[in-house]
Design a protein around this ligand. Structure first.
Ligand SMILES: Nc1ncnc2c1ncn2[C@@H]1O[C@H](COP(=O)(O)OP(=O)(O)OP(=O)(O)O)[C@@H](O)[C@H]1O
Ligand SMILES: [Mg+2]
Length: 112
């Protein structure tokens, strides 16, 4: 099992969420965050406006999923969330040791 932390533009969240749902993702979290990348202190376009700020609103989606889904989900997120402009976001991937479905006690992949 791996966890994807997907940081994207807020305006693309619904499109990415719907795409993930269509790909059979059964659970996710999302959080409205603020952050910065390499252009800190420089201008970036947000909702059509050029902004000069330290931190910009982003959405972070967290998904824990089976190893064999990772590459196809990454490819689909990149295809859906890319505008080609700075600030499109990042995907971070990490190993998840275990998972538990509280209702049934199922563990590992069966808990996803
Ligand atoms: N190294 C990092 N660690 C954690 N979060 C990051 C990191 N880099 C970027 N982020 C998060 O991702 C968001 C978008 O980053 P962004 O796409 O601007 O990255 P970038 O490296 O500057 O690439 P680009 O040059 O395409 O803008 C940031 O606002 C921040 O929330
Ligand atoms: Mg950037």
């Amino acid at each position: 099992m791996k966890k994807l932390e997907i940081i994207i533009r807020p305006g693309l969240f619904e499109k990415v969420r719907d795409m993930l749902s269509e790909k059979g993702i059964h659970g996710l979290n999302y959080t409205e965050i603020k952050g910065f990348g390499r252009q800190r202190g420089h201008t970036e376009v947000y909702r059509g406006n050029i902004m000069q700020v330290d931190c910009l609103p982003k959405v972070k989606i967290e998904i824990v999923l089976h190893n064999d889904m990772i590459e196809s989900v990454i490819n689909a997120v990149v295809a859906t969330a890319r505008t080609g402009q700075v600030g499109d976001g990042k995907i971070f991937i990490s190993d998840v040791e275990d998972a538990i479905r509280i209702r049934t006690g199922e563990r590992g992949d069966a808990a996803l």
